[in-house]
Design a protein around this ligand. Structure first.
Ligand code: ATP
Ligand code: MG
Ligand code: MG
Length: 530
C-alpha cells in the first residue's frame, strides 16, 4: 500500500494547464545523473505524465563542448529508464544552433544585443557596480562585424562576447546585460567544428523552450532571479508564452551535488567510479541498495516544497527500508575474526537439514536450508558475553544452556573465548531469554563473504561557500569485514537484497563464485548515523 502514493494528489498549482502541458528535463551531458537531477527529472515526468496527460522532452543541454561526452549522454538515457522515466522525445540544444544564431543576429539588428570585448574581470566588476560597458553603444554594423569574427573563430573573435542589452543597473543583477554568446573554437561532440560560437544557457533556454512548445519550464529556485531575463528574451524575440515554475534544489548533508566536484572524485581515485556506492549518483545510491520505488516516493514527497533544506540521508534510507524489508530473505553470517567453535550437547548424532521460511512474515519468499549438528560456530562477542549456566536462544533452533566456556589469553591479555559447550534445552521458552544468538553448523558448505560498510565522502555536514571542499574529504570511507555465511548464500546473485540476522540489510555486489568470497554492501536504514 505504502508504495502506491505516486503523488497524483499533490497540489502544485501549475497555471493554465487546460491547453496541454509540455515539460522538459535539460541535463548537460557532462557527468552521470545525481540525486538532485533525479528530482528534476522525476518532477518533470510527474507533471507531464502523471498529473496531466502531457509531453516530456529530454533535452541534452550541450552547449559547452569542453565538458560534454557521449558516454555521459548514454548514461543519462539509461538512468532515466531505470527510474521509469520515458521521455516522449529526445532533443539537443545543439540541434538549434542555427536558429539560435539567427535569433542572436535578429537581436543585434533590433538593438537588443551588442558585442563586447571587456576583460572578464572588468565586466564582472562593471556588472556589480551597475556601470555600462564601453561597447554598449556601438553601432549595429560594428556589432555584426564582431559577431562574424567570433563565428569564424579567429584569435580576435575569441576576445569577444555578445551581451543582451537589457539594463546596466537593474536591482536584479541577472538583468544587467547578461552574456548570450561566447566564442570557443573547440570541436563539439555532435556538431564537430561547424560552430566556433556557443550560446549561453540564459539565451538558449527560453528560445529552445519556445521552439519545442514547452508550456511550463521547471527550474530550481536559484534561477528565480533569472526568470525576468527569460521572460525578457521571449518578449523581445516575440516568442510564445511559457510559465516558469520553481522548485527547491535538493541538498544532503556531507554530500556534494555538483558534477564538476563528482568528476574530481572519479578522476582523482577517491572513489572507484561514477557508480561507486559512496557516490550520490543514481547509480551509486542504487549500488548502495536504494530501490527505485523508494527513490520515487522520497522525491515526490518533497516535490512541491520550495524550502531549500539540507536533507539528512536517514529519512531517505528509512523510506527505502519499507520497500526492502518485505523482499529481503533472512540468512546468517558469522564474523571470521576469532569465531568460536561450539559443541552442542543433545544434538542428534548425525547432521540434518530442515527447510525454513526465508522470512517469517513474508512466506512467499520461499524456504532455505538450515543445517543442524553437534558442531556449530558463533561470534566471539556473543561467546564472550556468556555466563556459566545461562540460558540463551539459538535462533531458528531453540534454547540451550551454557555449560562451559574456555579462554585463552592473547598477547594483549584480552580474554579470548576459544571454545564453548552448550546443552540443548529445547523445551525452554525463547521469549524468556535475553540473548538470541546467530550460529552456523560447521557441517555444511559454508560460504565466505565480505561485508562492506561505507561512510560519507565529506566530513562536514554543510560546506559553506568559502570552504575548500577538498580539505573535507573523508580519508576512510570503507570498512570491510570477513565473515562466513550459510550454504544458501552460495546461490545469491548480484543485486539481490537480503538481511543477515542481527547484522542488517545487504545488497549483493559480487556473487560467490570460483571460491571467491561474495561481496555484500550494508544498506543503511536511517537508524544509525548513516
Ligand atoms: P551540476 O552542478 O550537478 O552540474 P547542473 O544544474 O549544472 O548541476 P544540469 O545537467 O544542467 O546540471 O541539470 C539538469 C537539471 O537538473 C536542471 O534542471 C537542474 O536545475 C536540475 N538540478 C541539478 N541539480 C539539482 C539539485 N541538487 N536539486 C534539484 N535539481 C537539480
Ligand atoms: Mg546546468
Ligand atoms: Mg553544473
Amino acid at each position: 500500500e505504502e508504495a502506491k502514493d505516486d503523488g497524483a494528489s499533490y497540489e502544485i498549482g501549475l497555471q493554465d494547464v487546460e491547453h496541454g502541458v509540455v515539460t522538459r528535463f535539460p541535463p548537460e551531458p557532462s557527468g552521470y545523473l545525481h540525486i538532485g537531477h533525479a528530482k528534476a527529472a522525476l518532477l518533470n515526468d510527474f507533471f507531464a505524465h502523471k498529473k496531466y496527460k502531457g509531453t516530456l522532452i529530454l533535452r541534452f543541454d550541450d552547449t559547452n563542448p569542453l565538458k560534454e561526452k557521449q558516454e555521459f549522454q548514454d548514461s543519462i538515457i539509461e538512468d532515466l529508464a531505470l527510474m521509469g522515466i520515458k521521455p516522449d522525445t529526445t532533443t539537443h540544444t545543439s540541434d538549434y544552433f542555427q536558429e539560435l544564431y539567427d535569433y542572436c543576429v535578429q537581436m543585434i539588428k533590433e538593438g537588443n544585443a551588442y558585442a563586447d570585448n571587456t576583460l572578464q574581470e572588468v565586466m564582472r566588476k562593471e556588472r556589480m557596480d551597475g556601470l555600462p560597458s564601453k561597447c554598449r553603444d556601438n553601432s549595429v554594423e560594428e556589432n555584426l562585424a564582431h559577431f562574424d569574427e567570433m563565428k569564424a573563430g579567429t584569435p580576435e573573435g575569441t576576445k569577444w562576447f555578445i551581451r543582451a542589452k537589457i539594463s546596466v543597473d537593474n536591482p536584479n543583477k541577472a538583468m544587467r546585460d547578461p552574456v548570450i554568446y561566447r566564442c570557443s573554437p573547440q570541436p563539439h561532440h555532435r556538431t564537430g567544428d561547424k560552430w566556433k560560437i556557443y550560446p549561453t544557457y540564459d539565451f538558449c533556454c527560453p528560445i529552445v523552450d519556445a521552439l519545442e512548445g514547452v508550456t511550463h519550464a521547471l527550474r530550481t529556485t536559484e534561477y528565480k532571479d533569472r526568470d525576468a531575463q527569460y521572460q525578457w528574451m521571449l518578449k523581445v524575440l516575440k516568442l510564445r508564452n511559457i510559465y516558469n515554475w520553481d522548485f527547491s534544489r535538493m541538498n544532503f548533508i556531507r554530500t556534494l551535488l555538483s558534477k564538476r566536484k563528482l568528476t574530481k572524485f572519479v578522476e582523482t581515485g577517491v572513489v572507484w567510479g561514477w557508480d561507486d556506492p559512496r557516490m550520490p549518483t543514481v547509480r551509486g545510491i542504487r549500488r548502495r541498495g536504494m530501490t527505485i520505488p523508494a527513490l520515487q516516493e522520497f522525491i515526490l514527497k518533497q516535490g512541491p516544497s520550495k524550502n531549500i533544506v539540507n536533507l539528512d540521508w536517514s529519512s531517505f534510507w528509512a523510506t527505502n527500508k519499507k520497500f526492502i524489508d518485505p523482499i529481503a530473505a533472512r540468512y546468517t553470517a558469522i564474523e571470521d575474526d576469532h569465531k568460536v567453535p561450539v559443541t552442542v550437547v543433545g544434538a542428534r548424532a548425525a547432521p540434518y537439514t530442515e527447510e525454513r521460511a526465508k522470512h517469517a512474515k513474508y512466506t512467499d519468499l520461499g524456504t532455505k536450508k538450515v543445517v543442524f549438528s553437534g558442531n556449530i560456530i558463533i561470534e566471539q562477542a556473543d561467546a564472550r558475553s556468556f555466563v556459566q549456566d545461562e540460558e540463551i536462544t539459538l535462533m531458528n533452533w531453540g534454547n540451550a544452556i551454557v555449560r562451559k566456556v574456555s579462554h585463552s589469553l592473547n598477547p594483549l591479555s584480552l580474554k579470548t573465548v576459544t571454545g564453548v559447550e552448550l546443552e540443548l534445552h529445547l523445551q525452554g521458552d525463547f521469549k524468556k531469554t535475553k540473548k538470541k544468538i546467530t550460529w552456523l553448523s560447521s557441517e555444511q558448505e559454508l560460504v565466505p563473504v565480505e561485508l562492506v560498510d561505507f561512510d560519507y565522502l565529506i566530513t562536514k555536514d554543510k560546506l559553506e561557500e568559502d570552504d575548500n571542499w577538498e580539505h573535507f574529504i573523508n580519508p576512510k570511507t570503507e570498512v570491510r569485514t570477513k565473515a562466513t555465511a550459510d550454504c544458501n548464500v552460495a546461490s545469491l546473485r548480484v543485486d539481490d537484497v537480503i538481511q543477515f540476522d542481527r547484522k542488517g540489510y545487504f545488497r549483493v555486489d559480487r556473487a560467490f563464485a570460483h571460491g571467491q568470497p561474495a561481496v555484500l554492501f550494508l544498506i543503511p536504514t536511517g537508524k544509525a548515523a548513516r
